[in-house]
Write a protein of this length. Structure first.
Length: 446
């Protein structure tokens, strides 16, 4: 048999990704969601082959098109919007108008999944809720992504990442004990995590539909999804006290923490096993600690964990990063440099694996993006194209999927049922790009 690592390198080779099939080929998703939480669901499904049609209001678009960091646009687009919306079809129509609803009903009949994250009950009020669309297509899987869910006393409260982190209890666990300073986890963990949970829920519903032929309604509360990643509630119920803030340490490992090396670089160190603990003690030059705290029960007593933390901090502070890495190799303990964004994107091994991908694009030329997270040997994820201007795929969707004529499309434009962009960064094409020569924007059905 060939070497295992040669084998895995071959079957996961990023150069072969485009030649492999999509696991969600022929799956169509109508995406009514906006900003990050809901759109992440479509992003995940789309990365593995789903046809995701993102529906936006004409001349306005998704709020996140304008949610740029520090007010800085990139080629008249929002880089963060690009991160969430790549690979989708961009369809712009006014859901408040009857003709727009007719179009949605036709698309719903041909779709498999619908995702929305309006305020609870809004989609139902507009006539595009689960009770209405499931009558048109009983097999539809309908996912509502609200901050507090579709029922209960908090259902009408608005929310964003920061609010979800606060209401889920995440923020209360950040920072150091004995201080009154708390922190939110950057950047939008309270959106991205529930979005991935939403994609998982859709996949579960698809599996049920495959067995029964029946669709279903999924109610995903953002705050509840974030809450599910924390075991603190179970701990507190049993112990009768709060777990407390653990700052930069792991409460199940000692020593553990993030420390500064002699040249000012930060490293994470943690001992999960007795063997790793022994390695750290030997590397520090304190083998006597191996017998002093011979098991994790002793090491995790608060006073002992503090002593080990302080000793590890002094040792790291008197050592260079390179010497620490060499000691870790020699003594078999876990250590990792705290890397920044530029460090990660510049890593050759991440690019080699397809974890970071430079995406070529006809409209925006190129953009560096993280590749799809799960690497499947048979049906890997792909980044097909970057996000597009508002209404970019209007003609394609109406002509290709629904059979509308040029005259009918022109009438919809005239009645402002469908629309495009105005002169605003975030929703329009780059200034250098000749949109009138773009074959997809001007799709004629050839």
């Amino acid at each position: 048999m060939e070497n295992y690592f040669d084998y895995t390198k071959k079957i996961f080779d990023p150069a072969q990704v485009k030649e492999k099939p999509d696991v969600f080929k022929d799956l169509r998703v109508l995406d009514f969601s906006h900003v990050i939480y809901g759109p992440t669901v479509g992003k995940v499904l789309g990365s593995y082959g789903a046809e995701v049609i993102k529906c936006e209001l004409p001349w306005v678009g998704d709020l996140w098109r304008f949610g740029v960091y520090w007010g800085k646009f990139w080629k008249h687009s929002n880089i963060c919007f690009q991160f969430v919306q790549y690979g989708k079809y961009f369809f712009s129509l006014n859901l408040k108008l009857p003709k727009a609803k007719e179009i949605i009903y036709k698309l719903a009949e041909k779709s498999d999944v619908i995702v929305e994250n309006f305020a609870s009950g809004t989609a139902e009020t507009w006539g595009v809720g689960y009770s209405q669309l499931s009558k048109i297509n009983p097999a539809i899987i309908y996912l509502s992504c609200a901050t507090y869910g579709q029922y209960g006393p908090m259902r009408f409260f608005p929310g964003w990442d920061l609010l979800a982190q606060a209401a889920a209890g995440v923020v209360s666990l950040t920072g150091y004990d004995g201080t009154d300073r708390y922190y939110k986890l950057p950047d939008y963990v309270g959106d991205f995590l529930p979005g991935n949970v939403g994609a998982l829920a859709v996949i579960m519903a698809l599996n049920y539909r495959k067995k029964t032929g029946k669709g279903q309604y999924i109610d995903l509360a953002q705050t509840e999804a974030v809450m599910r990643m924390m075991p603190n509630f179970t701990y507190e119920d049993i112990a009768g006290q709060e777990l407390g803030r653990t700052a930069n340490t792991d409460p199940a490992m000692a020593p553990s923490g993030i420390f500064k090396s002699s040249e000012g670089k930060f490293v994470a160190v943690a001992a999960a096993t007795d063997e790793q603990y022994k390695g750290i003690c030997e590397a520090m030059g304190h083998p006597e600690l191996v017998t002093k705290y011979k098991d994790s029960w002793e090491r995790l007593k608060p006073e002992n964990a503090r002593e080990l933390y302080d000793m590890t901090g002094k040792w790291v502070g008197s050592s260079t990063l390179d010497s620490l890495v060499e000691l870790a190799k020699k003594h078999h303990f876990a250590i990792a440099e705290v890397e920044g964004d530029l460090d990660i994107t510049g890593d050759e091994w991440r690019r080699e694996r397809g974890s970071v991908v430079m995406v070529p694009d006809e409209m925006y030329h190129r953009l560096l993006l993280p590749g799809p997270s799960a690497m499947l040997s048979k049906t890997p994820g792909k980044i097909r194209w970057l996000a597009r201007p508002l209404g970019y795929h209007n003609r394609y969707i109406l002509k290709k999927l629904l059979g509308y004529s040029d005259e009918e499309i022109q009438q919809l434009e005239k009645e402002r049922v469908i629309g495009y962009w105005d002169d605003k960064p975030g929703i329009e094409p780059p200034v250098y790009y000749d949109i009138m020569q773009d074959p997809m924007f001007n799709y004629r059905g050839e």
